[in-house]
Structures are given as structure tokens and as C-alpha cells.
Design a binder for this molecule. Structure first.
Ligand SMILES: O=C(O)CCC(=O)C(=O)O
Ligand SMILES: [Fe+2]
Length: 156
């Protein structure tokens, strides 16, 4: 219930992606590695061209497109809300040599009273609480450096 409340009434945004084919797919990157910066992402494939890869156990694994099905991505904010019980996943997009690819990503924001922090019932915080507005700045800055903002919020 408190988790639902963190999402209720928050902003929803979308990105439409189109990745044209490229004869030298190894030379370009569709989307560089990142973790999504909101609460939850729903990703819909518009075709069955592969391209999405997730990072797990030090390797990139392909995500098979399933037209009509959503790929659900845990955003960094959901990781903080759940105090690390749900983990965000680093992902990237490679382009295809012959086929174009189209996706729609929907991002749902979340926070508690304007702050990104763990749900109060989840015990000792594993991440620093941070104002939603400050979080955005930090996330963007980290993104540009190819780093994860979450790593700087983690309390060690
Ligand atoms: O197009 C995709 O498969 C992924 C898009 C994505 O990662 C994003 O918009 O954050
Ligand atoms: Fe993403």
C-alpha cells in the first residue's frame, strides 16, 4: 500500500525509439548502457527485431522481443523505495545490420513526499534519502559519465 502510494498521481512520460538498420552494427550503439531513472519502466516492442541487452553476472544477455508483451524494468527509484529488495538492471541497445527496430518506453515516476527514500517500514536505509529534484540532477550527471547514480547514494 505504501509502495502504491509512492507511485500514485506521479508523472508518467514516454519515449518513442526508432533504431534504423546499420551496415556496421558493431560500430554504433543504439542506446549506451544505463539504468532507468524513474520508478518503473514498461517497454513495448513494435516489431520482433532484437537489440535490447541486460547486464547480469558481468555479461550482456539479449532480451528476446515478444510483440504485444511488456518488458518491465525496475528503475533506480524503485530500488531505493524497496531498500534494495528490487534491483535495477543496467541495459543497452545494439542496432541490427538489416532490420530497423521500434519501441515505446513508458516511465512512471515515484517518490515519497517529494523525496526518494526507502519505504519507512523497511528498516535501516541502504541508500541516502535525496530530494526528487536533486535526484534528477545527480542521475543525469552520472548518466553522462556512464556511471550509476545509485552507487553514490549507497550507504556502506
Ligand atoms: O528501446 C529499447 O529497447 C530500450 C529503451 C530504453 O532503455 C529506454 O528508453 O530507457
Ligand atoms: Fe532504459
Amino acid at each position: 500500500e505504501t509502495l502504491l502510494a509512492a507511485f500514485r498521481g506521479k508523472r508518467q512520460s514516454k519515449s518513442l525509439h526508432r533504431y534504423p538498420p546499420c551496415r556496421h552494427p558493431e560500430k554504433v550503439m543504439g542506446i549506451a548502457p544505463h539504468a532507468d531513472g524513474f520508478g518503473l519502466t514498461l517497454l513495448l516492442h513494435g516489431d520482433d527485431t532484437p537489440g535490447l541487452k541486460i547486464r547480469r553476472d558481468g555479461q550482456w544477455h539479449p532480451v528476446q522481443p515478444l510483440p504485444g508483451a511488456f518488458v518491465v524494468n525496475i528503475g533506480e527509484i524503485l530500488e531505493v523505495l524497496t531498500n534494495g529488495n528490487y534491483r535495477t538492471v543496467l541495459h543497452r541497445v545494439l542496432v541490427d545490420a538489416k532490420r530497423s527496430r521500434a519501441t515505446v518506453a513508458m516511465f512512471k515516476d515515484a517518490c515519497i513526499g517529494g523525496v526518494v527514500k526507502r519505504l519507512p517500514e523497511l528498516g535501516k536505509a541502504r541508500y541516502e534519502a535525496i530530494k526528487r529534484s536533486e535526484y534528477s540532477k545527480g542521475h543525469l550527471k552520472a548518466l553522462n559519465k556512464g556511471e550509476r547514480f545509485l552507487d553514490t547514494l549507497e550507504i556502506r
